[in-house]
Design a protein around this ligand. Structure first.
Ligand code: NAP
Length: 253
């Protein structure tokens, strides 16, 4: 199946590791020009060079999405450098953590506000595309009780509601908006590798909850994101796609 991605322009936040990195690698392999950010400059430069080596235009910058003004300026500059924006993937998260009020602000500013700011800053470009697509990375932590009542879980839930409502609002401009809930995703340097080292019991119990006994991989999430981002999923908007290898147990209609 041709996804129809060739020649499109995508902006992906937090794309030097894990799921974000797998997303930009796959989009570039499909012929998409990519703008990306993260905080570590060397990793941004390495990722940008690797994407360029695939023959697409790639522009990377060292940006902390929590800095609202700097982040919005980067989005506008990147859309200009790329010559537009057809696809926006809001991927950065502050991650989980046992809660203090500090965590709630951090997850609000990073998970929620960076997504909202990104959609608002890029909406005119997405409208101009005629095939605009926003993909918001949520988590299965939003849809089932997980570990503890964390800010991460609640803010990821807020993203699903925002995604659905935005999809209704911008549908008339041919902009689609979807969210995705990955389950546990294992990669070197990622959260689950860290948990394996610090809390083996929790890691093993989570692994036992996977019906086929394995975590997901960043590539498996990236393939779902690429489909949602592409014109091939033209009928799909306002959806929340659970890609969790059977981790969640609830029945959803
Ligand atoms: N891993 C999982 O099991 C899992 C499961 C469900 C959902 N998710 C969701 O999937 C998304 C990606 O998670 P991940 O585990 O693949 O990656 P991750 O380890 O959280 O890293 C994500 C990327 O974001 C960048 N980043 C982090 N904070 C940033 C900030 N404030 N400003 C700019 N860039 C920032 C990181 O680079 P720098 O550190 O250099 O900035 C890195 O490139 C998140 O939304 C996460 O909640 C993950």
């Amino acid at each position: 199946m041709d996804l129809g991605l060739r020649g499109k322009k995508a902006i992906v936040t937090g794309a030097t590791r894990g799921i974000g990195r797998a997303i930009v690698d796959l989009l570039a392999a499909e012929g998409v020009d990519v703008g990306l950010c993260a905080r570590n400059e060397d990793e941004v430069n390495d990722t940008t060079a690797a994407l360029k080596a695939r023959g697409v235009n790639a522009v990377g910058a060292c940006v902390n999405v929590r800095d609202g003004d700097g982040y919005k300026a980067w989005l506008e500059k990147t859309a200009t450098d790329l010559g537009g924006c057809d696809i926006f993937v809001a991927n950065v998260s502050a991650g989980g953590g046992m809660d203090s009020e500090k965590n709630w602000w951090k997850n609000f500013e990073i998970d929620v506000l960076h997504t909202v700011r990104g959609c608002e800053a890029l909406m005119e470009h997405l409208k101009k595309s005629g095939q605009g697509s926003v993909v918001i990375i949520s988590s299965t932590n939003a849809i089932e009780t997980f570990a503890a009542p964390m800010a991460y879980n609640a803010m990821k839930a807020a993203l699903i509601t925002y995604s659905k409502q935005l999809s209704q609002f911008v549908g008339k401009f041919n902009v689609r908006v979807n969210s995705i809930c990955p389950g546990p995703i294992y990669f070197e340097g990622g959260a689950w590798e860290m948990i394996k080292g610090t809390n083996q019991k929790f890691h093993d119990a989570t692994l036992r909850a996977m019906p086929n006994g394995r975590f997901g991989t960043p590539d498996e999430v990236a393939r779902v994101v690429a489909f949602l981002a592409s014109p091939a999923s033209s009928l799909v908007t306002g959806a929340n796609v659970v890609a969790d290898n059977g981790f969640t147990k609830g029945v959803r209609f």
